[in-house]
Design a protein around this ligand. Sequence first.
Ligand code: NAD
Ligand code: UFG
Length: 348
Amino acid sequence: MRVLLTGGAGFIGSHIALLLLQKGYDVVILDSFVNSSSKVTKAISNYLLTKSFNFNLNTITGDIRDKNLLEKIFNDSIIDNKPIQTVIHLAGLKSVSESLTNPLHYWDVNVCGAKNLIATMNEYKCYSIVFSSSATIYGLTDSVPIDENHQLSPINPYGRTKVAIENMFCDLYKSNMNSWKICSLRYFNPVGAHPSGMIGEDPIGIPSNLFPYISQVAVGRRDSLKVFGDDWDTDDGSGVRDYIHIMDLSEGHIKAIDFLNSKESCFEFINLGSGNGYSVFQIINQFELSTGMKIPFSIQKRRDGDVAKCFADIKKAKKLLGWVPKRSLEQICNDSWNWQRRNPHGYK
Ligand code: NAD
Ligand code: UFG
């Protein structure tokens, strides 16, 4: 079965691509590489070659807003006699701060890009899509755990583009309820790396998220971690989040495809998280254990737009997808560190 994986060279996409290939899917990655390295697909192939795997991976460099290119990809697949049966749509921009300074660009790439993609799918009668949504759409809430019925009130343009895309899917589904199979996965905090240490997260510039930042402190690229507030209403005063191992998250996508394949039609939004909350200080502790190093840090004022606690209710994922996250915080930190120490400068 052929899957189109948009944004497949990115952090999340690269791990999903590897898993899909291991499961025997034929994978077409479409990525503009605006936020990823051209070395990613080589790393995926190298890993599979070391395991003597036969695989079928095709990487196309291009933009999801290029409708002619999308049409060519669908058309070529039909000519190949391997029509694209499912799309996993991850391509998009994800920086909250950049979305505040350049909102129209975010609406263009994320919303117009998604519209272009689903319009092309419609034309080629490919009606099955898994979409990467985000817990950011729940906005500023301390009411945890957060389930899928929680109200949506994103506080930044990035989050609003995710809600707009979910709404677009909803309208599309209602217009043709017999055909479309849509699963919007709302990720909490995907972290960690493939256990081989051959693929992982490689942000461009100074990381804004905790895991890549702390990894770069451990490997000596940054002096010290800034802890954004120790006066939150949590057990130890630091912010609590739901960190999910990237391999658990990737497995959730395979389950989502199986789920869509088992349906005549459907539209579901489903949280993917670990269901547990860990504080920044707990992460520092575990990271010190995993690396055997002291992580220097300083306490700073709270970051704008942060909440005290955010973690998922994952009952729906368990029930509908039969998916449960299996990896512990220890494994997350071990795998993050394994990737970072083997690749101190990422893919460079
Ligand atoms: P990423 O930036 O590593 O991956 C996104 C990929 O999309 C990159 O390879 C980038 O080059 C590509 N891309 C961007 N614009 C494109 C365009 N116009 N056409 C084609 N390709 C384009 O990000 P990620 O962390 O892997 O996130 C993947 C998806 O998951 C994103 O949609 C993101 O919003 C969503 N998400 C991520 C997180 C997270 O914490 N990482 C949380 C929730 C949701
Ligand atoms: N933190 C620090 N220091 C840092 C970075 C983060 O103390 O250098 C703290 C934050 O204050 C927060 C926790 O670590 O308490 C996690 O912060 P991240 O930036 O790693 O993650 P967020 O939960 O804030 O946000 C991430 C993405 C969002 C997405 C959200 C839910 O950045 O885009 O997860 O998916 F919406």
